[in-house]
Design a protein around this ligand. Sequence first.
Ligand code: S3P
Length: 448
Amino acid sequence: MNADVAASTERPHGPRTASFSKGLSGSLRAAADKSISHRSLIFSAMAEGTSLITGLLESDDVLATARAVAQLGARVEKLGDGRWQVTGAPWRSPAAPLDLGNSGTGVRLLMGAAARFDLEAVFTGDESLSSRPMARVLDPLADMGVRSEAAEGGRLPTTVFGRSDIKPIDYTPPVASAQVKSAILLAGLGSDGETIVREPRLTRAHTETMGPLYGADFTVERDGPSAVIMVRGGRTLKAHDLEVPGDPSSAAFLVAAALLTPGSDVTITGVMTNPARFGLYETLQDMGADITLTPAGTRAGEALVDIHVRSSTLKGVEVPAERAPSMIDEYPILSVLAANAEGRTTMLGLEELRAKESDRLSASAKLLEVNGVKLELGDDYLIVEGCGAGGVPGGGMVQTFHDHRLAMSGLVMGLASRGPVTVDDVAMIATSYPTFFDDVAALGGVIS
Ligand code: S3P
């Protein structure tokens, strides 16, 4: 791995305060997609030959995955801004633990991918990641014959003892999680049979969409909201060049900022519209947002749009539980949007939010409460009483609990509230959206 990969860059940290802003304007290219960036590194690192990845998201989470695949045996080189070359190899035991930092996607996908090689790998992470459940991946891997040793409660540090004679399984995950599905499918690449994952509710399908680009044998059968995904093992993966599309989850923060601040007119270009990722935008249309989507070609097999967004008066809506997997990362920012809407917004089916980088359900509720917004919080739902456009009192100090999406949501709230909003620490924003501050400033938002 070349020096650039290992170098840690200066990044904002500590508290920041966002103040009322208006007239956000301009056109920006969406930040690169995190999910596709992780997967492009992982597939390339297992493939025969050299893959060129362009527009890779150079965030802390993705760089942790880049370092991990290099430790596992791939040759990883940064050629220029977002341009990375990865030469795959059969994976071997890393000499040191694989530290995935804050990244649930990185750690869970790599556990699955590593499980099909004869190796022993220790996985570690930061305080937030070390509190998140890993049994959801380790249990199905055990069914595939893969032994692991985890810290108490199925947490990190976890050692995975991979094996090249992994067994195929037919598995229905108890939680709707693309990370779990992907870990099993990546492990299944090594079995000599057919591994099947049955999803009652469709989650992001990037692993099964990208696998065939690298020569993997995936079949997907869809039936309404459910899907059966099969992978036939034993194929040699081949290098593939890929350009990463824009991230709808990162774009959501700028879209929300433009909707909520008066007199704004913003365009975000090159945003992936994958239906398993686009639930927030559907919800925004229900809320009456002034958003126009213009087709903008494809990248990595994904359809793209340019999103043109103008300040809007939003109305409260009910967001059904079935939509949750397609907008699972967007509830903190939806909570902020709901706080600025006229009337009540009810969000259902949110139990998985409690297992994210933080307990995102209670953290989102606290974010609103400290800024004067009324709500009702249940085990798996949140009801927000909207204050109307420009009506959120603000003035609060938001606890982010090491969660990037909480930090960005708190700051967007401050751009549109009557009083400024402070978030306690912005360091984690670099895990998914390292150019967030530059982008907000380019549009005219005030964060200090
Ligand atoms: C991701 C899956 C989601 C999401 C995460 C990225 C992925 O997690 O929250 O940010 O790339 O597979 P779950 O699938 O566990 O809900």
